[in-house]
Design a protein around this ligand. Structure first.
Ligand code: 5RP
Length: 235
């Protein structure tokens, strides 16, 4: 089978497995990305069971609304019982790198405001050590160059995230109006320490290490089924 098709089939399996964590008539936190898009499609099928959602991005909010699900502001929703999101990399200790889709800040906020974080992923996302995937760092635009120099001091190789618009390369602008640096080459031996250190750089909004608030449950889809991995004590 085409590798993309088989990876999509695994993403769908992980998304379906996460439905068991939904409690009727509750407000659900919804992440962002291609795996979450499968989750949103499944959620729309059972929308009668869902009170509303809080979204981590405009993209997911648009899909939810198009499917007839109410999208609430987090400020009006209180503590959420469940947050479902994907990851770019995840360890067996449920630490993650996220932000490949640029939604890291809102994802981190909704995850922080949720009692349970269920990560849905296909088996390609599982790693022993985080850091092969470049670490996304959301920055206030005027601080981009300063933050990049500070990240170089930490051993990283930051790259300004751009995309082609009308034939010209333009900065990717997050839903919060900020820019993203993708940092390669960092040694992530202590992910919690690095998450804290990068967040201390003035001008950083947040970085894509999700360790302080990692996932509680990982639903890892493999060709032989979905493995359920719970958070252990070790980070
Ligand atoms: C978006 C994210 C996504 O969760 C992450 O990029 C995984 O995306 P996908 O499911 O498309 O592989 O953090 O900011």
């Amino acid at each position: 089978m085409d590798p993309k098709k088989s990876q999509d089939a695994l993403k769908l399996q992980a998304a379906i497995a996460s439905l068991q964590y939904i409690e009727d008539d509750t407000i659900i936190g919804v992440g962002t990305g291609s795996t979450v898009n499968f989750f949103i499609a499944e959620l729309i099928k059972i929308k009668h069971r869902v009170k509303a959602c809080v979204s981590s991005s405009e993209a997911s909010a648009n899909l939810l609304k198009a499917g007839g699900i109410e999208v609430m502001e987090l400020n009006n929703a209180g503590t959420l019982s469940l947050y479902v999101d994907g990851a770019d990399e995840v360890t067996r200790h449920l630490a993650m790198i996220k932000g490949g889709g640029g939604a890291l800040t809102r994802e981190k906020i909704v995850a922080a405001a949720s009692q349970k974080f269920v990560c849905i992923a296909d088996e390609t996302k599982l790693v022993d050590v985080l850091g092969k995937f470049p670490l996304p760092v959301e920055v206030i635009p005027m601080a981009r160059s300063y933050v990049a120099r500070e990240l170089v001091k930490l051993g990283g190789h930051p790259e300004w995230r751009v995309k082609e618009i009308d034939g010209a390369m333009k900065p990717v602008v997050t839903d919060n109006g900020n820019w993203i640096l993708d940092v390669r080459g960092l040694t992530i031996a202590d992910p919690l320490a690095l998450e804290t250190e990068v967040n201390q750089i003035t001008g950083v909004v947040t970085n894509g290490l999700f360790v302080k608030r990692g996932a509680d449950v990982l639903l890892l889809a493999t060709p032989t089924g979905v493995n359920i991995i719970f958070k252990s004590a070790q980070p």
